[in-house]
Design a protein around this ligand. Structure first.
Ligand SMILES: Nc1ncnc2c1ncn2[C@@H]1O[C@H](COP(=O)(O)OP(=O)(O)OP(=O)(O)O)[C@@H](O)[C@H]1O
Ligand SMILES: [Mg+2]
Length: 487
């Protein structure tokens, strides 16, 4: 994150010292003319901090603090002054001013405070860019998988997390390219700096240019304020260029220059700003083919494609589906405050069979939707759309647990106290269900409608339970019959 500081300091020695001492920080210092209007300057430049030396702290400064708080970037105002009126100082702070530093403390002290403020500002901006969200901010260790192919894939991903090289992520829609990019970023040396995603396909060329590089006030009609772009925001961190194949040709040229020169120029700016970003780009198109068709610059392709990773589609790693399902059920359970504890085996089998053209995103959507519909405590086939439900008819008899690490459901040798509560609960429920429905079918002699009536459930549920626990109607017909009965 590059922090921009506007300074207006009349004391030449203090000015020199501040400039020298702040040279090492991740800050761009911009001098504003002493006689100029500070609010106009803040609006024109976009800044994080404004540091002003003033003679008297008065009403004008309270007003300035209030107005700065209204600007889109909400810059922080710091005053350096000999003025000592405690009433004015309190008013200034109450109006939203950040600090008043006495000249007498000297340049080094003042710079120490400014450095502290720069760090606070970075945290403030990061928190507004990165909404923390369990699914949105993964680490490589959080990846849920069971397939050997993903294990191999992630081993490689760990290696490249430590590298600084640009990365190209390929793979079908929804396979998790952005998810992986975030995880690699969060697991590497830039983890504490921002991850800034930009979708290269969704905006007009002008908006995209400003999104990437920022713009100065007045640089085009409607540019009422200066604005920083993704490169400035991602300084010391990672910029994620999604749908890179859609980047217009002119912007490909600008991007290439930014990567080569490690500096960018805002739209309408005269000066370049040095930036240090790692670039990760993603596409579900064949970028090589775009290069061959002259739609994508070859030189940019090589710059981006220092390392490339192709995330396999979900249908080629079906073993990952149960683990991902558990992950999504857990995630949506807490966000929906739902009571659902898992998924029935038949339902899970159907998910494993399905081909997932929309990959992991489609799977997450289906789980969320089914949890909204589900009236039971486990997701069932009837909670799925038709195209998945029909697959249940064709499933093979292979057993697949919703959690590959979970113990077998009917395993009597397991000490429940050594399990997670969710697994223990599942085992307990399973046993109770098996006993309940076996007894119920015994007393109703396998008559399903009667069993459903007594249990207060739908006959379909009785059928499901019978399938689940391998109970057969015929086995109950003659049970509990009085001896010599011919019924
Ligand atoms: N291994 C995983 N574990 C948990 N969630 C995942 C995993 N992979 C993907 N997801 C989730 O699936 C959804 C789709 O992933 P993502 O947006 O990264 O896909 P994408 O490949 O960038 O798709 P597109 O090409 O359409 O942009 C996201 O909500 C993401 O969090
Ligand atoms: Mg994406």
């Amino acid at each position: 994150m590059l922090i921009r500081i506007l300074i207006s300091i009349s004391d030449a020695q203090l000015h020199r010292q501040i400039r020298r001492l702040l040279q090492q920080s991740d800050a761009v210092l911009v001098d504003i003319p002493l006689a100029s209007d500070p609010l106009t300057q803040a609006t024109a430049n976009t800044c994080d901090l404004m540091v002003m030396q003033i003679d008297t702290l008065d009403e004008k400064m309270h007003q300035l603090a209030l107005e700065m708080a209204e600007l889109p970037d909400n810059p922080w105002l710091i005053l350096i002054t000999d003025s000592e009126d405690p009433f004015e100082r309190t008013e200034f702070l109450a109006s939203g001013g950040l600090a008043v530093l006495p000249m007498a403390v000297g340049a080094e002290q003042i710079v120490a405070v400014l450095e502290e403020m720069i760090d606070k500002r970075k945290t403030f901006i990061s928190s507004t860019i990165n909404h923390r969200n369990l699914l949105n901010e993964p680490r490589l260790n959080d990846f849920y998988f069971a397939s050997p192919s993903m294990r191999e894939f992630l081993r490689f991903a760990f290696k490249i997390a430590a590298s600084e090289a640009n990365l190209l992520l390929l793979g079908e829609t929804g396979v998790g390219k952005e998810h992986l990019a975030r995880a690699i970023h969060r697991s590497g040396s830039r983890a504490t700096a921002p991850f800034v995603p930009v979708n290269c396909g969704s905006l007009s060329e002008n908006l995209l240019e400003s999104d990437l590089f920022g713009h100065e006030k007045g640089s085009f009609t409607g540019a009422n304020h200066a604005r920083r772009g993704a490169f400035e925001l991602a300084h010391k961190g990672t910029i994620f260029l999604d749908e890179i194949a859609d980047l217009p040709y002119q912007l490909q040229v600008r991007l290439l220059r930014a990567i080569q020169d490690k500096e960018i120029q805002r739209v309408g700016a005269e000066r370049a700003i040095p930036v240090d970003v790692r670039i990760m780009a993603a596409t579900n198109r064949d970028l090589r083919h775009e290069v061959d068709s002259n739609r994508f610059r070859q030189d940019l392709y090589y710059r981006l494609n220092v390392i490339s990773l192709t995330v396999p589609p979900l249908r080629e790693r079906r073993e990952d589906i149960p683990a991902l399902v558990s992950r999504f059920v857990e995630f949506y359970r807490s966000s929906m405050r739902a009571e659902i504890i898992g998924i029935r085996d038949e339902a899970l089998r159907a998910l494993v069979q399905y081909d997932w053209p929309g990959n992991v995103r489609e799977l997450a959507n289906i789980i969320e939707r089914s949890m909204l519909i589900c009236e039971d405590d486990e997701i069932d086939l009837c909670d799925f759309p038709d195209e998945i439900r029909t697959l249940a008819k064709t499933y093979d008899s292979e057993e697949i647990s919703s959690n590959p690490e979970a113990p077998a459901l009917a395993d009597d040798t397991v000490d429940v106290c050594e399990l997670l509560w969710k697994d223990a609960r599942r085992i307990g429920l399973d046993k109770l269900e098996r006993t309940y429905f076996t007894r119920l079918l015994e007393t109703t002699r396998g008559r399903i409608r009667e069993a459903a009536r007594r249990a207060g459930v739908d006959p379909r549920s009785i059928n499901d339970k019978m399938r689940r626990y391998n109970l057969h109607k015929e086995d109950f017909k003659h049970r509990n019959q009085p001896p010599n009965s011919d019924a």
